[in-house]
Ligand binder design. Structure first.
Ligand SMILES: Nc1ncnc2c1ncn2[C@@H]1O[C@H](COP(=O)(O)OP(=O)(O)OP(=O)(O)O)[C@@H](O)[C@H]1O
Ligand SMILES: [Mg+2]
Length: 69
């Protein structure tokens, strides 16, 4: 049972000359009870991903399912 499922998640900030692709088509699942760490260099999109998972920001495209919803 996946408690969290992420499908083709993309986040683009700005547009034209200021465009930044912070997340590029990320997909993964986390099972119930599973322990996961998000690791990456500064600017690789960790906070952006957490904002989308927590619903405090909206993806440019893609979907986040929490407990199937
Ligand atoms: N509100 C925003 N507007 C424009 N660009 C942004 C915004 N937030 C983040 N970015 C850009 O998106 C990319 C990912 O940033 P993010 O903050 O998600 O990285 P991070 O992995 O959390 O970095 P850190 O380890 O420094 O916290 C970076 O290029 C950043 O400059
Ligand atoms: Mg961060």
């Amino acid at each position: 049972m996946d408690i969290l499922k992420v499908e083709n998640l993309t986040k683009v900030y700005g547009k034209d000359t200021t465009e930044v692709v912070a997340l590029d088509n990320a997909s993964f699942s986390v099972g119930k009870g599973e322990f996961v760490a998000i690791v990456g260099a500064s600017g690789s999109g960790k906070s952006t991903l957490l904002h989308l998972l927590g619903g405090v920001d909206r993806p440019t495209s893609g979907k986040v399912f929490v407990d199937g919803k």
